[in-house]
Design a binder for this molecule. Structure first.
Ligand code: UDP
Length: 577
């Protein structure tokens, strides 16, 4: 019992990190002294985080030592990871916040706009991402009373946010991501839809159109709909809903933006309608929030929740309980960047527990990603996560009290958190845990990963390597081929069933991507981050079809990515590309 002995001696169990994980940790996560020397090991990092988060237990008469051990073991065992800002900042004494997701209000005044730019800067310093709804801003060309001039409109103000973010990013640990949302009935909607069409503009923003049920009906019926000036509340123009819909698809076809947010579906699930309407999400869309609300995320590595070719439900249950405890504690110890955020976050106490490594779980269970069985498993995992996380939150409420806005919320029995589940992209924490991202299929069986500042790291899927060896078709010439094309397509020596199992994102029909997103969304309280991959040959009409399907299946939003449509990709297939 090496672990037990190490624990008794107070020595950290060294996690089994991949080369890439170590590289990422060294570059951005491990603490450094003033001269820039790294002063902690990965085990010490997990210890630092576990201790800082467990400290919240003291205030409730629970034993922080016990929680620290539990938190430490699940992180160093690569079973659970909190979002990056928690790993960066917990226990460092820097006063930087630990949440990945924020939404800030933008009101129709210079005072509000530039206060929000400042607040955004404070958030981005900690590694958090911010979403904004720009729909309250009067449209371009509208009257400005004080100066007798004309307003410049939401899109031009977005440039101020973008430039500020560009400057902060050069000094920070990671890119400050932002989400800009505009309602489909804002008079500047056409300009917004095309605002990222030019190469190299608004690069720090993801943009999404907030689409209403009313608009979706107008698309279906082929009707016009009204654009409303938010300053006067008056209708200023009518547009063909189908035209706007097709322009959204056209621009997404060219470069991935805009995405779509189904804002009425989001508000049908708003847990605290008595506190306010939800108008925006965080940058990757998985976390709808009220203005000034923040949320911290965490993800369970499903690849480590398998036993004998099946799901280890007991281990998953235990891990969910500990993870809810962890994320709820973060709310207490988090040094918020603003007093408004502090108050709002503590009143709702939203947390977002999700999963990563789903693709590897499927492989271990022998289920191809694009199959009915995979959808069924996805739904089952989401439901289990939801039930167990809600139960853990109710238990916490029994001992520590319900979230302050509980009265008037949609929940029938007291819980500690207004929401408990979110499926995050897990872009970096999945690298640290050495698993596939979120609920995405494998991106490739082997690939070059671009990380930070142009570096490239080579990766081959370890499960494939193992299967190839076990089944006796492993060879260096085989690996050469896989690395060159990224997929197993057309490689003779790989058996058909192995090819099916290691199917990659771009080989999977777009409908399966949407259906998997919907399967998880069915039992997820917040939203699901998922990219719908399209082949290079897909058309704008295909994208319209995908958007409509996502709406029908009750997704809260949808983002597509057509292969090769963005100049700079985080992941590139194989070496040949
Ligand atoms: N995020 C950000 N900048 C980044 C990556 C992420 O601001 O470069 C924020 C954003 O709100 C995103 C959320 O973190 O939606 C979760 O992203 P992800 O799960 O990829 O983060 P990780 O914890 O893996 O770094």
């Amino acid at each position: 019992e090496v672990r037990g002995i190490q624990r008794a001696l107070g020595i950290g169990v060294e996690p089994k990190l991949t080369v890439n994980a170590l590289e990422v940790l060294r570059r951005r996560y491990l603490l450094r002294d003033e001269s820039g020397e790294i002063i902690e090991t990965p085990a010490q990092m997990f210890r630092r985080v576990a201790r800082a988060i467990a400290a919240a237990d003291g205030a409730y008469g629970d034993d922080p030592k016990k929680a620290e051990e539990e938190f430490y073991l699940m992180m160093s065992g690569l079973e659970f990871m909190p979002n990056s800002p928690t790993l960066f900042n917990a226990g460092t004494g820097t006063g930087l916040a630990m949440s990945a997701c924020y939404v800030l209000p933008v009101e129709d005044s210079l005072e509000s706009i530039f206060t929000t730019v400042k607040n955004m800067a404070l958030i981005e310093q900690s590694g958090g991402g911010v979403g904004f709804d720009f729909s309250r801003l009067r449209p371009a060309g509208d009257m400005v009373r004080s100066t007798k001039g004309v307003a410049s409109g939401p899109v031009s103000f977005m440039r101020a946010f973008d430039t500020a973010t560009e400057i902060i990013k050069s000094g920070g640990k990671r890119r400050g991501a932002m989400m800009a949302i505009l309602r489909v009935d804002h008079p500047d909607i056409m300009e917004f839809i095309a605002s990222k069409a030019k190469h190299g503009v608004l690069t720090n923003f993801n943009i999404s159109v907030a689409v209403t049920d009313e608009f979706m009906r107008a698309v279906e019926d082929g009707r016009d709909y009204e654009l409303v000036n938010p300053r006067t509340g008056k209708s200023v123009k009518r547009l063909s809903a189908r035209h706007v819909w097709s322009q959204m698809a056209e621009n997404a076809w060219k470069g991935g933006d805009p995405g779509v947010v189904f804002i009425d579906e989001i508000n049908r699930h708003n847990p605290t309608p008595h506190v306010g309407r939800i108008e925006a999400t965080n940058p990757c869309g998985e976390q709808p929030l009220l203005p000034y609300e923040s949320c911290n995320l965490g993800s369970i590595n499903l690849s480590r929740m398998c036993k004998n070719g099946d799901v280890d439900w007991e281990k998953l249950r235990r891990t969910i309980g500990a993870a809810v405890h962890f994320l709820d504690n973060v709310i207490d110890v988090n040094p918020y960047p603003l007093k408004e955020i502090d108050a709002m976050t503590k009143a709702n106490r939203k947390i977002g527990l999700g999963v990563m490594g789903f693709a590897e779980m499927l492989i271990k269970l022998g289920i191809p990603y694009d199959s009915k069985d995979a959808l069924a498993l996805g739904e089952r995992i989401a439901r289990f996560l939801e039930d167990e996380a809600a139960r853990a939150s109710e238990e916490l409420a029994g001992r520590r009290g319900a979230f302050p806005n509980y009265q008037g919320s949609i929940w029938k029995s007291p819980r500690r958190n207004a929401t408990v589940t979110t499926i995050a992209p897990t872009g970096t924490i999945s690298i640290i845990a050495g698993c596939s991202s979120g609920i995405e299929p494998l991106f490739a069986v082997a690939f070059m990963r671009h990380v930070l500042g142009g570096e490239r790291l080579f990766e081959i899927n370890p499960l494939f390597e193992r299967v190839a060896k076990e089944r006796g078709f492993y060879s260096s010439s085989l690996l050469d081929k896989v690395v060159r094309q990224g997929t197993l397509d057309g490689i003779k020596e790989v058996p058909e069933d192995v090819k099916r199992l290691f199917v990659t994102a771009h080989e999977i029909a777009p409908e399966w991507h949407v259906r998997m997103q919907a399967a998880f969304q069915k039992y997820t309280e917040n939203a699901v981050s998922k990219t719908v991959n399209l082949p290079r040959s897909a058309t704008p009409a295909d994208i319209e079809g995908i958007y409509s399907l996502a709406y029908r299946l009750k997704c809260k939003g949808v983002t597509v990515y057509r292969y090769g449509s963005k100049g700079e990709q985080v992941l590139n297939l194989g070496l040949g590309e």
